[in-house]
Design a protein around this ligand. Structure first.
Ligand SMILES: CC(C)(COP(=O)(O)OP(=O)(O)OC[C@H]1O[C@@H](n2cnc3c(N)ncnc32)[C@H](O)[C@@H]1OP(=O)(O)O)[C@@H](O)C(=O)NCCC(=O)NCCS
Length: 156
């Protein structure tokens, strides 16, 4: 049983750990060690994350063992973060989170969703009705990544 609830400041350590585990486990099929370390440095920078969550709308998915995923987006419909804990992968957690975000954005009158999807995530976003606009190559902390700009009209 998975529940969706708003982020609270006390979630910060758990979500940083969830992010780090998701990147280094689920991302490892698609990116090399240097890229994974650049994407999710260990240890994570708590102050940076705290500031980041302050600017975003964030929902947390939780099961009996605690948080198993989270999604965060900007006012304009840009999905910035979507991560599922490795122990919860392929159980529909990200699907529930994207649908909850879409509902919230629809209620706010936002009609277009945008994301920059990793190589690990673009097939998931396709299942949610997003389409690829263009591939992008970006550099983060001296590592180069391929990702895909994707969009969806939010008709909900
Ligand atoms: C991408 C991610 C969020 C998906 O989370 P999830 O909770 O496992 O996704 P769901 O269970 O809701 O998946 C729904 C469907 O999407 C597709 N899908 C999900 N992950 C997939 C993958 N790795 N490869 C191919 N298709 C995938 C499948 O069709 C899946 O349905 P199925 O399990 O019945 O086959 C998760 O793998 C993750 O955190 N990845 C690492 C971090 C990342 O890249 N985040 C996105 C940053 S842009």
């Amino acid at each position: 049983m998975i529940a969706i609830r708003p982020y609270a400041s006390g979630d910060l350590p758990t979500l940083m750990a969830l992010f780090t585990a998701a990147v280094h486990t689920l991302g490892a099929l698609h990116y090399g060690p240097a890229q994974l370390d650049a994407w999710a440095p260990r240890p994570p920078d708590a102050e940076d994350w705290r500031r980041r969550f302050e600017t975003l709308h964030t929902l947390v998915a939780e099961d009996a063992l605690g948080p198993c995923g989270f999604i965060a987006w900007q006012d304009d419909g840009r999905i910035e973060l979507l991560y599922t804990a490795p122990r919860c992968a392929r159980r529909g957690v990200a699907t529930r989170l994207v649908q909850a975000a879409e509902d919230a954005l629809s209620a706010d009158g936002v009609t277009e969703l945008v994301t920059e999807a990793s190589l690990a995530a673009w097939p998931f976003f396709e299942t949610q009705g997003f389409t690829v606009v263009e591939p992008q190559v970006v550099t983060r902390r001296d590592a180069t990544f391929t990702r895909f700009l994707m969009k969806k009209e939010n008709a909900a």
